[in-house]
Design a protein around this ligand. Structure first.
Ligand SMILES: *[C@@H]1O[C@H](CO)[C@@H](O)[C@H](O)[C@H]1NC(C)=O
Length: 389
């Protein structure tokens, strides 16, 4: 008798002493909603049905995607959920259709408390890139692989994004987002395949990720505040870029950005701030780039405020974007071009408060050059090439 009662009692005690653990997450396996792991049956409906169940529940829920390849058309995972803790646990691969007809492939809108754990997202972008790279024109624009829009409390961990048609991951209009241990892979010549793009968002953290792609590893758009980026391997790619900014006349600024411990390997740029050469209310302030290693980056340290592709829409106009308080600290390595430090600021709004501290960049084992136009600031510690501030 005792032997029977004791475990029951123990279970009861555990249940009441660990309320969170006891409330095990409800689990929804996409296979039970009709998903097929065969790589060619469209499983979008099964995913949206599983999502609808999880969304309606007022307790934590997991949507489980087992191993295998799941073809999915464009899916929007919508909001107003009763649930504030839905996690996708993905062991398999989600495969995009290659008809490129939508702007977004996997879209989360107005959600709160969503996690994506693991998984591979295969954007199937190669034939679209080939079309774009052929220069013949009339190619579809393609889809962003994964977007979170107007959402909060988002966690993305251990996800791999492969061959996106356009941007891999977009964080737009969100609060409190953590991205960690993500791998982005696309060809070095794939057009507009930014790794992670953040805009209009606050309190976003991007940690311990490897990004190899054809455009910016991480791009930071207007209205980004309190962004922390740390421990990133970038390359091939165009580096980490704040911008392009100032395309719009009325535009929100970028404020409080930390970029720390990044290796740039064979990238077009290292750390860049870029704005259109046209009027704008935008600004960039309180930014620190620190502990970066450049391995043959073409433009390791760059501010370009005269961006104007095809010289259209900005004739003779200076950038309205005001850049201030930008620190470059402990940045070492090699530049693939002679000008390793290039501050090309706006004649109307010179860059102010630019700080270089412990910077050493060389070009072909020799002294590199620095160039400053409308840039003002100071140096600390040892700085090579000789500062032009
Ligand atoms: C700047 O952002 C970080 C997170 O990246 C945050 O911890 C810090 O409080 C912010 N600083 C200010 C002054 O808002």
């Amino acid at each position: 008798m005792k032997l029977v009662i004791f475990p029951t009692l123990l279970a009861v005690i555990l249940f009441y002493s660990m309320p969170n653990a006891a409330l095990a997450a409800a689990t929804f396996n996409v296979l039970s909603f009709g998903a097929k792991a065969d790589g060619h049956t469209d499983s979008a409906k099964a995913f949206t049905s599983a999502w609808a169940k999880a969304c309606a529940l007022a307790q934590p829920a997991s949507i489980v995607v087992p191993q295998g390849r799941f073809l999915l058309g464009s899916v929007t995972f919508g909001g107003q959920c009763a649930n504030k803790a839905i996690s996708f646990e993905i062991q398999g691969t989600l495969v995009a259709p290659s008809d490129y007809s939508k702007d977004n492939w996997l879209m989360f809108e107005h959600v709160d408390g969503v996690s994506i754990l693991g998984g591979v997202l295969d954007g199937q972008g190669t034939s679209l890139w080939n079309c774009k790279n052929s220069g013949k024109g009339s190619c579809p624009s393609g889809a962003t692989t994964l977007q979170f829009s107007n959402s909060k409390n988002i966690f993305i961990s251990g996800l791999s994004s492969l061959n996106s048609q356009l941007f891999h991951i977009v964080i737009n209009g969100c609060q409190n987002v953590k991205v960690q241990g993500v791998t982005v892979t696309a060809a070095g010549n794939s057009p507009n395949t930014d790794g992670i793009h953040v805009q209009g968002s606050s309190d976003v953290t991007i940690l311990s990720s490897k990004i190899r792609t054809g455009d910016d590893c991480i791009s930071i758009g207007p209205g980004t505040t309190n962004l922390w980026i740390e421990n990133i391997a970038c390359g091939p790619g165009h580096g980490i870029s704040i911008g392009s900014l100032g395309k719009e006349q009325k535009e929100a600024g970028v404020q409080n950005v930390t970029v720390k411990t990044v290796t740039f390997t064979g990238t077009q740029n290292g750390v860049r701030i870029k704005s259109w050469g046209r009027p704008s209310t935008g600004f960039v302030r309180h930014v620190i780039f620190q502990d970066a290693i450049m391995v043959n980056a073409q433009n390791p340290i760059l501010i370009d405020q005269n961006y104007c592709p095809d010289n259209e829409g900005c004739p003779g106009q200076a950038s309205g974007v005001k850049i201030s308080d930008v620190t470059y600290k402990n940045i070492h390595g090699t530049s693939a071009t002679e000008v390793a430090v290039n501050f090309d600021c706006s004649p109307k709004n010179p860059c102010i408060g630019i700080k270089l501290e412990d910077v050493k960049l060389t070009y072909k084992n020799q002294v590199a050059q620095a160039s400053c136009v409308h840039a003002d600031g100071a140096t600390l510690g040892s700085v090579q090439p000789d500062s032009c501030l």
